[in-house]
Design a protein around this ligand. Sequence first.
Ligand SMILES: Nc1ncnc2c1ncn2[C@@H]1O[C@H](COP(=O)(O)OP(=O)(O)OP(=O)(O)O)[C@@H](O)[C@H]1O
Ligand SMILES: [Mg+2]
Length: 308
Amino acid sequence: MTTMLASELPLPRIGRGKVRDIYAVGDDRVLLLTTDRISAFDVVMAETIPMKGAVLTQLSAWWFNQFESALPHHMISADADTIIGEVPALKNHRASLEGRAMLCRRTTVFPIECVIRGYLSGSAWKEYAAHGTLAGEKLPPRLIESARLEPAIFSPATKAATGHDENITVARRREIVGSEAARTLESMTRAVYALGERIGRGRGIIIADTKFEFGRDADGRIILIDEVMTPDSSRFWAVDVYKPGQPQPSFDKQPLRDYLDGERRAGRWNGEAPPPPLPASVVDATSKRYLEAYRRITGTDLKIAGVG
Ligand SMILES: Nc1ncnc2c1ncn2[C@@H]1O[C@H](COP(=O)(O)OP(=O)(O)OP(=O)(O)O)[C@@H](O)[C@H]1O
Ligand SMILES: [Mg+2]
């Protein structure tokens, strides 16, 4: 499998996010093509991370399969042959699809990111340490960094078109999606996270926090969409080295973030695009982290036909 920075498929491209290229398949389906792009601190790097797109797509597919009986979701198939069977126009583009493409039910996306936190970390820890709150709501006193939060805290954010997402209040959330949908999004978020957290923990990964997206399908049903509990949308920690009271080494972009922090401290990067070039060792270490996250959670190595 070759790495991919951007795709060119013979379908109408309706979007290009930081990581995915999105194509329309007729009126009611979309093809999500996860490239090997990587972003950190909201800046997309110039380099690709080998196997990253396949890890994100196949890990999401694995989770959708776990949730099959628990809740409705958007996945139709993440298998290249099945997708080509459904969309014959793609038959000469198998190599671009392999591992990284997911055919999905198209939805109208709710414009909020459903963030849920089971542990106090990152920006949430910073806010709590400064003000004793999370997303403006008071938390119990004397919590320590990386402490487990019980119950988990639902702290949705707006999907900012550019730049950083912003936490929003309960009232604002109701304004944006309506109070009935707001309730459904929260209960679905809690249900998926509880299920995923339990499965992850049993496999040696703490899913400290994560972000889901939901959309409304053609029948008006609210369904889980986008990527699910991947290293890009979540904070993964290893159960065996978890130690509250300090930051935890996280499973995903840590080598990349550490490198970029070093460049910033050295005054070689101002934190904005364009990013500094990445050494091969950082690219390689990051690719290994993604593959390791997949292996730990699913219990198998990621095998993509034509790779090896
Ligand atoms: N079933 C679906 N129907 C319609 N749109 C979808 C569906 N699933 C995912 N999407 C949309 O596809 C896009 C995925 O692209 P990507 O993740 O690269 O972009 P992003 O979310 O804008 O950026 P980032 O994840 O880096 O913040 C998102 O805008 C998401 O809302
Ligand atoms: Mg996204």
